[in-house]
Design a protein around this ligand. Structure first.
Ligand SMILES: [Zn+2]
Length: 207
């Protein structure tokens, strides 16, 4: 049984959310991340969770995932290490301060930020706002130029996400794809999670 099979068997046994799966590291992608001078070289790894607790204290939203999270690099169960700040802009323009957990893998000594699934990695706007801007629903907090840029990004990402999920489905026939294709928000949220947790984000242009 190889590492990926072990991870998957574990998931099946414990009925863990379907797309927290480990994918072999892409050597070229790793090289790109390492040679980049961008901030992403420091925190390339993020795990997105759909089940979490959220409480607000002193204006800070504390997010604590309730899923067992496996290291995307080696499949080991990760443990909380510390917390860090993340800002997120809502559709109404309000900026929320989040406190998210940093998880540590004791086996491969890597750190992974645990993001709630309303956050899209590397984006300041929450996923609902990105989807609403794409669909041109309601009033939103960005200018026309930014809205056009966001729409182009969503179009590209949906294509990439769809291809990634199709590939994962071939690799893991048990993968449950439970998103509403008629909802940009639901599809985007699912694809963001699938791409991030399959460790595919850093291998593409969506940083
Ligand atoms: Zn690990």
């Amino acid at each position: 049984m190889n590492r990926k099979d072990t991870v998957f068997a574990f998931m099946k046994k414990n009925d863990i959310i379907e797309i927290t799966i480990s994918i072999e590291r892409n050597t070229i992608a790793v090289l790109i991340v390492m040679t980049r001078t961008h901030d992403t070289a420091i925190v390339p790894n993020m795990i997105i969770v759909s089940h979490f607790l959220e409480y607000v204290k002193d204006g800070i939203h504390y997010i604590t995932g309730t899923e067992t999270v496996l290291c995307p690099d080696c499949g080991q169960i990760m443990n909380p290490h510390c917390r860090c700040r993340r800002y997120i802009r809502r559709l109404n323009g309000m900026r929320d301060k989040l406190s998210v957990r940093v998880l540590f893998c004791a086996l491969c000594h890597r750190y992974h930020r645990e993001l709630p699934d309303f956050v899209t990695p590397f984006k300041h706007l929450c996923t609902a706002a990105i989807a609403a801007i794409h669909d041109a629903i309601g009033d939103y907090c960005v200018d026309d130029h930014s809205a056009a840029r966001i729409r182009r990004w969503v179009e590209r990402f949906l294509k990439f996400g769809s291809a990634t999920v199709r590939r994962l489905k071939l690799e893991y026939p048990m993968l449950v794809t439970n998103y509403d294709v008629n909802s940009t928000f639901d599809t985007l949220r699912y694809f963001v999670r699938a791409v991030a947790n399959a460790d595919e984000w850093k291998a593409n242009e969506f940083v």
